[in-house]
Design a protein around this ligand. Structure first.
Ligand SMILES: [Zn+2]
Length: 254
């Protein structure tokens, strides 16, 4: 009997080999990290909702891939700015991550879509992260407080499409002079930063209004060229879909 078992195992090893091993999908997870919410002037976002103000979520994203943990934008925690923008239900991104069991030093890369405070100001709270952003945003950050912060960090600038593991960046330069979007091609997912505020409005091809653009042309081209199949994850989405809330601050996409 023992011989038969051994023979069977030997046969399996020779004839089937590694091909018989069930293929496991590479670990790939996307989380929206909602660090706050507020109302915001409707005239500064792409929206056709009636009224002077629209609700906004304030989001960063965590993307886990075999290459590591990447944040797309990293939020902010400056008390004066939180007050000025009337942000409710605030929790710093570092705390949201901690509740997921991820300490700030475990973040490998932060891709900054653009250097407005809400996307970039907490960039120095992640001691081991490589920071990726457009060269123009590095040279002259939109948020003045970043001028002295960025040169102290491990920064990699881009000025053309570039690949970082499973993610790739594409300069759009519609919202700001060096704004970029981030693609996770394996999921046909695009992280738009503020090139788009609401996916539903982008599907209707509503571009950013004049008060929210550096270049209306490149913003419009980006929105018009988005494939209907692409999953659009924005920096301020309120209608998060195809996933579930793990708690009040974390939405896991399935
Ligand atoms: Zn923003």
């Amino acid at each position: 009997m023992r011989g038969a078992v051994c023979g069977g195992l030997l046969f399996a090893a020779i004839c089937c080999g590694p091909a018989a091993v069930k293929k496991t999908e590479p670990a790939l997870k996307i989380y929206a990290l909602k660090y706050g919410e507020s109302l915001y002037p409707a005239g500064l976002v792409n929206s056709d909702a009636p009224g002077k103000y629209v609700p906004l979520n304030w989001l960063a994203y965590l993307v886990e891939t075999p290459s590591g943990k990447t944040l797309v934008d990293c939020g902010f925690s400056d008390a004066k700015l939180l007050k000025r923008f009337g942000i409710q239900k605030f929790k710093p991104v570092t705390r949201i991550l901690k509740d997921l069991g991820i300490s700030a030093d475990k973040i490998d890369t932060i891709i900054i879509t653009h250097t407005h405070f809400d996307h970039a100001l907490d960039v120095d709270k992640f001691p081991n992260a490589r920071i990726v952003l457009h060269a123009k945003e590095y040279a002259a950050p939109e948020e003045a407080a970043l001028v002295n912060v960025l040169p102290k960090l491990k920064v990699e600038t881009v000025s053309a499409p570039a690949v970082f593991g499973e993610l790739s960046v594409e300069p759009v330069m519609g919202h700001t002079k060096g704004s970029l979007v981030v693609w996770l091609r394996a999921r046909n997912t695009v992280f738009t930063g503020d090139e788009c505020y609401f996916a539903a409005a982008c599907r209707k091809k509503i571009p950013l209004p004049a008060g929210a653009v550096f270049s209306a042309d490149t913003n419009r081209r980006f929105i018009e060229n988005l494939s209907p199949q692409a999953v659009i994850l924005t920096g301020h989405e309120t209608a998060l879909q195809n996933g579930r809330w793990l708690n009040g601050h974390v939405f896991l996409f399935l």
